[in-house]
Design a protein around this ligand. Structure first.
Ligand code: TLP
Length: 345
């Protein structure tokens, strides 16, 4: 039986070119700043994002954590969305490890935070209040279906932050998906951001890692924060080498994942009980609801799993499918056929 793993783009396997680059990587002790492969990845990343410097970290979660640790002190406040990955899926690490206070605003269906909501949430200088330090946005927005926050919004939120003397962090775990979907350079999306995390191990298919980018001064602070959470790696060039291949070879092909997601979404949207807004399918993520008297989302996942199609429920009546390098058009057609058989009745 065929297996089509749509649980996440994190399941991607390293490509043969990555394995070769990993085997041949020239390495050194990166805590001592001596790994040329890590340094090359960091320089390439910073250049792609139009920032002064980059820092290789273990994961997207670590990238967001160390960025926020570097921006905020104890009791400082970050404004972020109620559907933000950092708020929902990172164990509250910013509070647990950084004593950073989250000020949570509703994420709009398009993944944005309403600019008027942000303005209203910024604390006045008053002894009773925490100090607002940072705004954090996510692009693409995972829980909102991989939607893309366009350059105009990113510039507007950046301008708002500057006007109020705040910093802007972008969780760009899938920033390159956004850039490819919009047909703009990634740097344009984060021009007004003080820090950005992007992941190498999602659609870009590297086995491990993320990169934080920002100013030289900021990255020095992030380097300290990475060390205190145990993220100083030694001969990390072995994994950074795959990240270099990811940036060189795997960005443009994300368009295939987006096309496959659209094909899959269009195939299942008409099925009885599926509620799927095709306009929300802008990148590699499809989120839909299931409304069936005869089947719960968990039962659908189990039935489809027996047919080799793997995906996750994400709470309530909602489910998520993610396309990636390991899923081709024939896998999509197989998946649609299985959905049809299971749900046609
Ligand atoms: N997201 C994973 C899971 O944690 C849910 C997924 O399968 O989508 N920011 C965003 C927007 C993310 O989607 C993720 C991972 C992260 C950060 C964290 O990255 P990792 O998994 O590398 O820590």
């Amino acid at each position: 039986m065929r297996t089509v793993d749509l649980r996440s783009d994190t399941v991607t396997q390293p490509t043969p070119a990555m394995r070769e680059a990993m085997a041949n990587a020239v390495v050194g002790d990166d805590v001592m700043g001596e790994d040329p492969t890590v340094r090359r990845l960091e320089e390439m990343s910073a250049e792609r994002l139009g920032k002064e410097a980059g820092l290789f970290v273990v994961s997207g979660t670590m990238g967001n954590l160390v960025s926020l640790l570097a921006h905020c002190g104890r009791g400082d406040e970050v404004i972020l969305g109620d559907a933000a990955h950092t708020y929902i899926y990172e164990q509250g690490g910013i509070a647990a490890l950084g004593s950073i206070h989250p000020r949570v605003l509703p994420n709009q269906p398009d993944g944005t935070l309403d600019l008027a909501d942000i303005e209203a949430a910024i604390r006045p200088d008053n002894i009773h209040f925490p100090r607002t330090r940072l705004i954090a946005v996510e692009n693409t927005h995972n829980r909102k279906g991989g939607v893309v926050l366009p350059p105009g919004y990113m510039a507007a939120v950046g301008a708002l932050a500057k006007r109020h003397g705040l910093r802007l962090h972008v969780d760009g775990a899938r920033l390159f998906n956004a850039a490819v979907a919009l047909g703009v350079p990634a740097a344009e999306l984060v021009r007004d951001a003080d820090s950005v995390t992007f992941c190498l191990s999602k659609g870009l298919s590297a086995p491990v890692g993320a990169v934080v980018c920002g100013s030289d001064e900021f990255i020095q602070e992030v380097r300290r924060a990475r060390k205190v959470v145990g993220g100083g790696m030694r001969q990390a060039g072995v994994i950074a080498a795959a990240g270099i291949v990811a940036l060189e070879q795997m960005v443009d092909r994300l368009a295939e994942d987006h096309a496959n997601a659209r094909r899959l979404a269009a195939g299942i949207a008409p099925l009885p009980g599926i509620d799927l807004d095709l306009a929300s399918v802008q990148t590699d993520i499809i989120i839909f609801s299931l409304h069936r008297p005869d089947m719960t989302p968990e039962q659908l996942v189990e039935t489809m799993g027996r047919r080799g199609v793997l995906f996750f429920p994400i709470g309530g009546d909602r489910l998520r499918l993610v396309t990636h390098y390991g899923v081709d058009e024939s896998d999509v057609d197989y998946t649609v056929a299985q959905f049809c058989e299971v749900l046609a009745a």
